[in-house]
Write a protein of this length. Structure first.
Length: 310
């Protein structure tokens, strides 16, 4: 039985959003989907669609919020009933939650997913990517995370194991691409440029679900800064939804015409970016993101355990 989330996302372009007294109707080129209007607490409109004023009125009367996003998931604004305030229970729960405990769960989920990615690649390519002692160190770090006392220690070990992961994965890319490790912007090689582009798309999709769940995206756990909770949600999803595709492209299909190197940055070609968008639309699994956000919101509301999928 599928979980019914209290938010509904309409993404892409060209859909018509209509309603009757009891149903919300989303009509696109190839399908017509209907939802009980009473069940929708937050309608998420991502990209370019049409929605009738009657439908907006119907949703607002039922107490729903309508949130609008750019195509990349960047929030624009909301329409809400008079007197509406973001769910105070969730906001208070986010404020009071044990950041340390949940940050450990996120860091462990990220490291587990990355170990799975490395092992899957080794088996597929019949190669050995680990240097002596690296596999033992990463598995030991996974165990040690549960015993770290300070949040700064969790963040430090997370950064260290993440850096190791990216360096290990570089050993299976073409040397002439110039990729050695994960770097900050501006990106100077095509692999880092692809990773950054994919992570931005993943961030947008995670942001939609976080806002749909009426969570504050700026109250994070492992990460800090604007949108830190969105970054937390995406951390354990990167290797499966973005990295696998990026490293496969870097290994098998990227061509010199797909990017241009200047003295201080790498620029991906327009056609290559369009193909990347198509690829990431296939690899970013919104149902999986919704499941993770739903699990997180339930965990903090009930002070329960949270596991980052893996």
């Amino acid at each position: 039985m599928e979980t019914d989330y209290p938010w509904l996302s309409v993404s892409g372009f060209g859909s018509h959003i209509k309603s009757t007294k009891t149903k919300l109707i989303v009509q696109s080129k190839n399908s017509v989907e209907e939802y009980p209007i009473e069940s929708i607490k937050n309608l998420l409109v991502v990209g370019g669609h049409t929605i009738s004023s009657a439908t907006i009125s119907q949703l607002i009367k039922k107490g729903a919020v309508i949130s609008f996003f750019e195509p990349d998931g960047n929030p624009i604004g909301i329409i809400s009933p008079f007197g509406y305030h973001s769910d105070p229970a969730f906001y208070q729960a986010q404020q009071n939650v044990s950041r340390h405990r949940y940050a450990i769960a996120i860091a462990q989920g990220a490291l587990k997913s990355r170990l799975v990615a490395i092992n899957r690649l080794q088996e597929k390519q019949n190669i050995l990517l680990f240097y002596e002692g690296e596999s033992d160190f990463l598995h030991k770090s996974l165990e040690e995370m549960a015993y770290l006392i300070k949040l700064d220690e969790v963040r430090r070990l997370h950064r260290m194991t993440s850096d190791m992961y990216y360096e290990i994965m570089s050993r299976n890319t073409k040397p002439d691409l110039g990729y050695r490790r994960r770097t900050l912007r501006p990106q100077t090689d095509p692999v880092n440029a692809m990773l950054s582009f994919g992570y931005a798309m993943l961030f947008g999709n995670c942001c939609v679900s976080v806002i749909g769940a009426r969570l504050d995206p700026d109250i994070g756990l492992l990460h800090e800064g604007n949108g830190c909770l969105v970054s937390d949600i995406g951390e354990a999803l990167k290797s499966e939804m973005i990295d696998e595709a990026v490293f496969r492209i870097a290994r098998e299909s990227i061509k010199p015409a797909d990017f241009e190197l200047t003295h201080d940055r790498c620029m991906l070609s327009d056609e290559f970016v369009r193909n990347l968008i198509k690829t990431f639309h296939d690899t970013i699994n919104n149902k999986e993101i919704d499941e993770l956000v739903f699990s997180f919101s339930n965990a903090i509301k009930n002070n329960g355990e949270f596991k980052a999928l893996y």
